[in-house]
Design a protein. Sequence first.
Length: 227
Amino acid sequence: MRGRLSGTNAAAVVDHWAAYGVDVADRPAAPLDFAALFGRTAPVVLEIGFGMGTATAAMAAADPGRDYLATEVHVPGLGNLLRLAVDARLSNLRVARGDALDLLRHQIPPGSLDAVHLFFPDPWPKVRHHKRRLVQPAHVALLRSRLRPGGTLWMATDWAEYAASALAALRADPELVNLHADYAPRPPQRPVTKFERRGLRAGRAVRDLAFRRAAEAVAARGGDQAG
């Protein structure tokens, strides 16, 4: 795993992983039981790539009616979000350690998510690295299949080319509906992150994308087995 943990964040992992942590499987595994994981039945938001977790903790605190499963590979971020969750007593937040695509393929049941959040994912700006991007044609069906009918996929990026390619890939999926003509207005409930501030300081515009999984196409197909 990458990065270094501060003493405080390392202690958070040691002390609180059993209560708040989820290890991502890199092969087929039993699907997560969200009711057991959170101790209740509520809509679930999957947040992919939360950095240091400050914005994630703020959103979970402001949205107590939904449960948040936040996944990251960056070690210091895992520890920091665990510490924030414990300090704020966020019973609706759990932290997953590992690759988001593995989590989606192996542990997230189809049709189980109320929303997927991708805030400032790695843009992989070099053309030879575009295949590593999370939002691309090869992965859109998997992302969409894990949403419930009517569930939303919400992305924000400060990389114009990535925003354009993601918009095209999401529009091409027949079961995803753009909630706006192209890009979405910045929603007030999304906290400003350090990545957003960094992009704005560099003169890059931030673009939001908001798509909903259509109910009609799902009903017509009788379900979905993507992934």
